[in-house]
Design a protein around this ligand. Sequence first.
Ligand SMILES: NC(=O)c1ccc[n+]([C@@H]2O[C@H](COP(=O)([O-])OP(=O)(O)OC[C@H]3O[C@@H](n4cnc5c(N)ncnc54)[C@H](OP(=O)(O)O)[C@@H]3O)[C@@H](O)[C@H]2O)c1
Length: 120
Amino acid sequence: MKGVDPRGAVVAITGASAGIGWVSALAFARAGSRLALAARRVDRLEALAAEVRALGSEALVMAADVASAADVRRFVDAAVERFGRLDVMVNNAGAGVRGSVEEICAGDLSPDLLRRLGAR
Ligand SMILES: NC(=O)c1ccc[n+]([C@@H]2O[C@H](COP(=O)([O-])OP(=O)(O)OC[C@H]3O[C@@H](n4cnc5c(N)ncnc54)[C@H](OP(=O)(O)O)[C@@H]3O)[C@@H](O)[C@H]2O)c1
């Protein structure tokens, strides 16, 4: 991470309840960062926060849907209020569809998911 020392840095991660966001949070925790963690599934965020704390770092957990600007604002404000600043924002939350064109076209994709992906 060029320009920011992860030791003591305040790192906010969206989509921290799974996948890349989850493993990134643990990597930052091992490097000594303090973490603000957001996603829609708070139970998973709480489990991650327990792992972060076991590594000796601090963690703030918040339910936030990144499709809601108000949720994202609340998350950033809560991180700054808790830690006094925000050094790194990892805008990781998202969803994708994987497969060949044939598989995707033949698949059972909900209209709602396609709308959220901007592929209606
Ligand atoms: N893995 C890949 O090969 C790959 C390739 C290209 C791009 N990406 C992108 O990289 C990011 C992470 O990928 P991943 O493989 O780690 O995905 P993942 O395992 O499916 O995890 C997605 C994360 O995003 C959260 N999320 C999804 N929609 C959200 C929303 N509306 N508001 C808040 N959180 C939301 C999910 O949490 P909740 O469900 O709890 O909210 C989850 O924590 C995604 O944006 C993905 O599109 C991944």
